[in-house]
Design a protein around this ligand. Sequence first.
Ligand code: PLP
Length: 426
Amino acid sequence: MSRQHASAALESIPCYSKRVGRRRFLCQLGAGAAVVAGSGFDVGGRQPTVAAAARRPQWDSRAVQSEFGLQEGLVYMNNGTLGPVPKRVIETATQAWKELELNPAGNGFGATLQMAEAVRKKAADYFGCDEEEIVIMPNTTQSMNTVAQGCHLATGDRVLTTDQEHPGGFRCWEYYEKRIGVEIDRVPIPTPPKSEAEIVDLLAAQMTPRTKIISVSHVTYTTGLRLPIAKISELADAHNCLLVVDGAQAPGALNINVRELNCDTYATSAHKWMLAPKGTGILYINKRAADRIDPLLLQDGNRFYTATSGTLNMPAVIGLGASIDFLTGIGKQRIEDWSMYLRQMLYDGFRAVPNTTIVSPESGPLASPIVSAGLESLSGGDVAGELKKQDIIVKVVKYGNRISTHLYNDERDVEKLLAAVKKLRA
Ligand SMILES: Cc1ncc(COP(=O)(O)O)c(C=O)c1O
């Protein structure tokens, strides 16, 4: 595929097209916003409660939902496991795949590879860092493994983490524990904690002179707790530790900036909240920490293709670039505001359900677009099974159920879920 053809291919895709691209999509949202501002919800003509209307960000749910191909009638609230890919992203990736297959080696080491490589810059802009600090990866787990392998820990070194980590973020440290006698300190985190300071104090109390790594989630997969990464970075700096962050549950949901978080590494699975094709992820390695993290995989640098990374899924990664365009086209902060508005509605709704324990933070800086709750005398599996019969998809976690609210959800989804839960409770 010639350079000219590659550019023509991009132009034919709505995400990139000058004719129907970002401007039109933003216009659609803008028009919707005016409707919302004038008449309340755009959800079937019902009027919002006064409190909900006051908090409601300007948002056109229908315009956003039309971008997705979710099964008709499905209330999808398990984005924390896997997110749906917007239709325009599927088109971009499919188009790139078709182009690749016209001349696999020619394009795979030519125009298609260049398009995939260009996604590093988009990811860097999205994360708020430099391109050289970005590695395109298949997921969070492999990014965490890569970082852990590159840290070259020795017997007796300690890793400080929490009891809320996902296996994808802690099995890498357990490997060292088993193989070479690295010690792991797992700090129990309250469900929920009272404040950011409480979390930092709990971690600080476990620091030792042998602690080399602090490895925590940005947002926990269990309860959606948002950890104060910037504050934890001060602790890491004071003890000359590396701060390794598992960000599987944050970018795409939250308006993140890795410089502000001030961590050494940050890994995410783009196939969750970033709505990118499955098997895509982003790893950030702060350049100040690069000489302390030297994994096998990155021996030849961070570029998309090197002799030590090998060939990867180019169409999917080109799709990741289109997902980033999609998210930034709407606005990172607008998406966070919308998702947080829905999560608050959900949280407040759960509070009114008797015999229910909510383990997620009430609101404020510790909260994220994930709410987890348990219904007394009903297992998470029972609840998820009953909800599934009504086409409502939630995740089972050890505390009960985890519910994710993202940009394609709206008030009707939250109300349908709450009504179903109340009925179950009754
Ligand atoms: C916090 C956290 N870390 C890591 C992972 C693993 O993600 P992946 O399978 O994409 O590597 C998950 C998946 O749910 C997660 O929630």
